[in-house]
Design a protein around this ligand. Sequence first.
Ligand code: NAD
Ligand code: UFG
Length: 350
Amino acid sequence: MKILVTGGTGYIGSHTVVRLIENKYDVVMLDNLSNSKKDVVDKIDVVIVDNLSNSKEDVVDKIQTITKVKPIFYKADLLDKDAVSKIVKKEKPDAVIHFAGLKAVGESVEQPLRYYHNNITGTVNLLEVMAENGIKDFVFSSSATVYGNPKSVPINENFPLSTTNPYGATKLMIENILRDLYNSDTSMNIAILRYFNPVGAHKSGLIGENPNGIPNNLVPYMMQVAAGKLDYLRVFGDDYKTKDGTGVRDYIHVEDLAEGHLLALKKLKEKPGIVTYNLGTGVGYSVLEMVKEFSSVLGRDLPYKIIARRPGDIDACYADTALAKKEIGFEAKRGLHDMFKDGWNFQKNS
Ligand code: NAD
Ligand code: UFG
C-alpha cells in the first residue's frame, strides 16, 4: 500500500508518517456481495508532498532516524496542480491523507484570501488530480473549530456547524466540498477527522511542534516560558463558565492523533463510504490545570499571570468520543503527563 501524505513534514503529518511506516495491520474487506476477504497490510510506503511553508526538510531525515525508513519526499505546492499531477502519476498512491494547509486563526483574519486560496484551491487541485487518477480513499484534517461556539459539552459529530474566522471557514467549506463530492461519486471513501487540541511530541524528542515566532497556542507558549525564552504565561481570562474560570480544552497527544489516521484508513478499506469522527480524549482541562501538570513535570512552578480574555475564545470545548470509539476503536491512551513530558523533551532538544 502506498499513501500520499500532504503536509507530511508538518507537526501532525510527521507523526502520522512515522506511525504509517511502523504499521502493520489486518484489513477485512467487504465486497458488494458482503463476502469478506482478509488482507494483511504489512508495508506502507509513504510519499510526502509539502511546500515547506511551515516545516523543514530535515524532518524527513528525522523520520528516517526514528523508523529506519526514508519516506519519499517532494517539495511541491498543492497550488501547482501540474506538479501534483506529475507526482501522483509517477507514484500511483492508493490513498491520500491531506494535512497540508495554513492553520493560524489570527493570521487568517488578517489574510483571508491567502487562507481561502491555499486551503480551498489546494484541496480542490488535489481532489481533481485524485479523480483523474482514479484514487478514491481520502482522509482529511478538519478541526473542532467547525463547531463554532458549541451550546454544550461534550460535543458530538451531529452538533450544528459554524465558524468564527476564515481559517475555520476553510475547514467547514472543505468538509462541505467532500460531502458534495461523495454525493456525486459514492465510490469515494472519505474520512473527515475533527481534531481537538493536539499537543506533545514523539517520544524520541526528534519531531514535534516548533512554531516560528511567538506561539499563539497554549502548550507551545508554555514550553517557551519553561525554556526561558518568554517570561511568563499569560492566562487569557479567569471568568469563563468553567471549573476554575479559565478556558477548558480537550488536549490530545499527537501520537494518539496519528493512530487515529491509521484506524480511519483501515475503516475506509473495510467499510467504504463517508465518515466523520471527533479525535479527542473526551476530557477537558483548564488552563490552570495545565499549568499545574506542567509544573509537576518540570519540578518547578511555571510562572503565569492572569490577564484579559483573548477575543473569540470560548468557555469550554471537549469531544464526545463515543462514535470514533465504537466505529474505529479509537481511544486516546496518553494522558496530560505524557503530553508535557514528551513535549518538553522535544523542546529541550530543539
Ligand atoms: P503544520 O503547519 O505543522 O503542517 C501543515 C503542513 O502543510 C506544513 O508542513 C506546511 O508547510 C504544509 N503546507 C501548507 N500549505 C501547503 C501547500 N499549499 N502545499 C503544500 N504544503 C503545504 O500544521 P499541523 O498542526 O501539522 O496541522 C495539520 C493539519 O491539521 C492542518 O490542515 C490543520 O489545519 C489541521 N488541524 C491542526 C490543529 C492543530 O492544533 N495543530 C487542530 C485542528 C486541525
Ligand atoms: N491560552 C492562554 N494563554 C495563551 C494561549 C492560550 O491562556 O498564551 C488559553 C486560551 O484562552 C484557551 C486555551 O488556552 O482557553 C487553549 O488555547 P489554544 O490557543 O491553545 O487553543 P484553541 O482551543 O483556542 O484553538 C486551537 C487551534 C484552533 C482550533 C481549535 C480547535 O488553535 O486552530 O484549537 O481545534 F480550531
